[in-house]
Design a protein around this ligand. Sequence first.
Ligand code: SAM
Length: 203
Amino acid sequence: MSDHYFTAEPASPDQRRERTVSLRGADVQVQTAGGVFSPDHLDQGTEVLLREVPEPPVEGDLLDLGCGWGPITLALAGASPLARVWAVDVNERALDLTRRNAEAAGVAARVHAHRPEDVPEDVRFAAIWSNPPIRVGKEALHAMLRQWLHRLLPGGEAHLVVAKHLGSDSLLRWLDTELGPDFTADRAATAKGFRVLRAIRAD
Ligand SMILES: C[S@@+](CC[C@H](N)C(=O)[O-])C[C@H]1O[C@@H](n2cnc3c(N)ncnc32)[C@H](O)[C@@H]1O
């Protein structure tokens, strides 16, 4: 089977690469590796998300759904010094890189990088930021979003970046109609062929 970025244990060699990336105006040294999403640079969609999202809540539990090597996690931890950031991924190498990059950034004590099933059931999120894994297919994507967005606190917001050519507009319709009466969704921003979608849980 080919080595997708969402493979649990990537078969490609875990050869680490040093990169400097700009996360919401701060230059950060990170390690990446083959077998994880966008190992050579900050993905353009992630860059759009980080530029367009409002400041996250200053405290509480925040979620980076599908953390990869951790750019969104590092941005959340940097923006909200009192918050706990949950970095979730199915790819063990991605989780390992996120832990290592959080350590190097001095935020490891507040970053919890786990497989989805290892996040305690009772954790509820004040905000969710994600560049979600569209390539897992619609059914798996919808199941994943349903599962995690229902763990938003009342008044909480999820911001998701999706390329227009990968179905951002149909995903927006799905978010607005299928999450249930507690949720509304809109398009918070558009840039460089990406949409930043926002789903809000009513107070
Ligand atoms: C588009 S990548 C984004 C990675 C990183 N956040 C970034 O911006 O560079 C999506 C990530 O979701 C992960 N993923 C796939 N299926 C998942 C699932 N069921 N639960 C959590 N993460 C998943 C993939 O392994 C991948 O790392």
